[in-house]
Design a protein around this ligand. Structure first.
Ligand code: MLT
Length: 306
């Protein structure tokens, strides 16, 4: 019997791929052959000598001690692309919330609670609505840093919205980028992308080369008033630099899926609780892909997305 230990709530649609006649699956499995996890930060001492593979149901593997695993010969899989649509849709939400008066408009309406004259409320809101006018995305320029599965999907969406799209990837030759639509203007120099974009969205893994990529120098290179979106990882941004940029107007809005105390309560910041991949569909896709890759390895020795 092959034993699979799980961490976090992994979608049962994925775990059901393990035939229980051959696999024992659950959080309580000790001396496991493999581990499946989502966001649990796995410590080296949680990987017992019996473990041969770890499947991360998601794109990033920064919660797995990959170097330790490599040294031990433990294969680490991820599930690239499986949650890309969910992240893409939240990038759109972030761009729209940063340009349209939805959040301040809702807060304004909430302050009116307690009355009963709806005709008067409606008249007042018609008078007040000019405070909540916004801008459209069509005709604006989106810069995408990171052209993997998610960045490429975001590019396709932005083109459909009538945006101009600039793309840069520090790790990948832009020509090799994953399913990148050919309307994307490939930029070799990140500062040129920052200087010419109204919105910049980050879609990079955490690596030594990407940690604090958005620093003082990059913020200074930005088109003043730009909207920066971070649905990738907190570590890619130097928060002191972002706060300075917000304070001096170099950054108009910061939209981040990684809440930090120093950013809470600012009108120019929109924070979400790391929900980029949190849809039922993405959770199922990641769990199914993780389970299928793991089985293929355990049964056939095939290694995919390692
Ligand atoms: C990812 O790396 O794909 C996301 O962080 C997934 C998640 O939220 O679990």
């Amino acid at each position: 019997m092959t034993k699979i230990r799980t961490y976090n709530q992994i979608s049962s649609k994925g775990l059901d791929r393990f035939d229980r006649a051959q696999y024992q699956v659950g959080a309580d499995q000790q001396d496991a052959d493999a581990i499946v996890l989502r966001s649990h930060k796995l410590a080296p001492d949680e990987i017992e000598s019996s473990v041969r593979a770890i499947a991360r149901a998601g794109a990033g593997t920064n919660n797995v001690p990959v170097t330790h695993c490599t040294e031990r010969g433990v294969v680490v899989f991820n599930t690239p692309g499986a949650n890309a649509n969910a992240v893409k849709e939240l990038v759109l939400t972030g761009m729209l919330l940063s340009t349209r008066g939805v959040i301040p408009g809702m807060a304004h309406i909430a302050k009116q609670a307690g009355g009963s004259d709806n005709a008067a409320l409606s008249k007042q809101m018609e008078a007040d609505k000019k405070q909540f006018a916004g801008n459209e995305l069509a005709g604006k320029t989106l810069g995408i840093i990171g052209l993997g599965a998610i960045g490429s999907m975001v590019a396709g969406m932005a083109i459909d919205l009538g945006m101009t799209v600039l793309g840069y990837d520090p790790a990948l030759s832009v020509d090799a980028a994953w399913r990148l639509p050919n309307q994307v203007q490939k930029i070799e120099n990140v500062t040129a992308l920052l200087a010419n974009s109204d919105f910049v969205t980050l879609h990079l893994p955490v690596l030594d080369s990407t940690r604090n990529l958005i620093n003082d120098e990059m913020v200074s290179a930005m088109k003043p008033g730009l909207c920066l979106l971070n649905f990738a990882r907190d570590e890619i941004v130097d928060h002191d630099a972002v706060i300075k940029g917000l304070d001096n107007g170099q950054i108009g809005r910061y939209v981040s899926d990684f809440p930090r105390y120093e950013l809470i309560g600012r009108d120019d910041v929109i924070l979400t609780p790391h929900i980029g991949a949190s849809t039922a569909e993405a959770e199922e896709n990641c769990a199914v892909m993780a389970a299928e890759q793991l089985k293929d390895f355990l049964v056939n020795g095939n290694i995919r997305n390692s």
